[in-house]
Design a protein around this ligand. Structure first.
Ligand code: RB5
Length: 157
């Protein structure tokens, strides 16, 4: 499926599902890098988005799985980093399009909102689907550019 190193990170809300997904990946012969958290104790999800950005930014991993209770907080935190394109996913269709259209390099789950089998299915699709490129490449490139000078209101619309 994938020979890439897959980093996983979660807060306490995603810890249980992270543990299960890690075991699934290892049983499939994948290389994983577990960035924590390492137990159910309460921690702060932005710290784990930071760890993911560092791991992908310095090349220790090529793709990532992030989790918190809903997946929302850790998605917001992750997408503050230009090196991450994190997609909160609830079904295989979203997982596929996150790769084909958005070239997402991180899939995000809510440990309290997504069941194990759905998460496994999404992760499998995510890891095996290539980016389509083409018209999507320019759009993805725009997200990598510094947008801070842009008007919040799109011009010419
Ligand atoms: C932690 O209780 C919870 O807020 C966190 O896991 C996440 O759901 C935030 O978006």
């Amino acid at each position: 499926m994938s020979s890439k190193i897959i980093a996983l990170a979660s807060d306490h809300g995603g810890y249980e599902l992270k543990t299960i997904l890690k075991e699934t990946l290892v049983s499939q012969g994948m290389s994983v890098l577990d960035l924590g958290t390492d137990g159910p104790q309460s921690v702060d999800y932005p710290d784990y988005a930071d760890a993911m950005a560092a791991a992908i930014g310095d090349g220790r991993a090529e793709v990532g799985v992030l989790l918190c209770g809903t997946g929302i907080g850790i998605s917001i935190a992750a997408n503050r980093y230009p090196v991450l394109r994190a997609a909160l996913v609830h079904d295989a269709f979203g997982a596929r399009l996150a790769r084909q259209h958005n070239d997402a390099n991180v899939i995000v789950f809510g440990g309290r909102t997504t069941g194990v089998e759905v998460a496994r299915d999404c992760l499998s699709v995510f890891l095996s689907t290539p980016f389509e490129g083409g018209r999507h490449a320019a759009r993805v490139a725009k997200m990598g550019a510094d947008r801070r000078g842009c008007s919040p209101v799109p011009q010419g619309k």
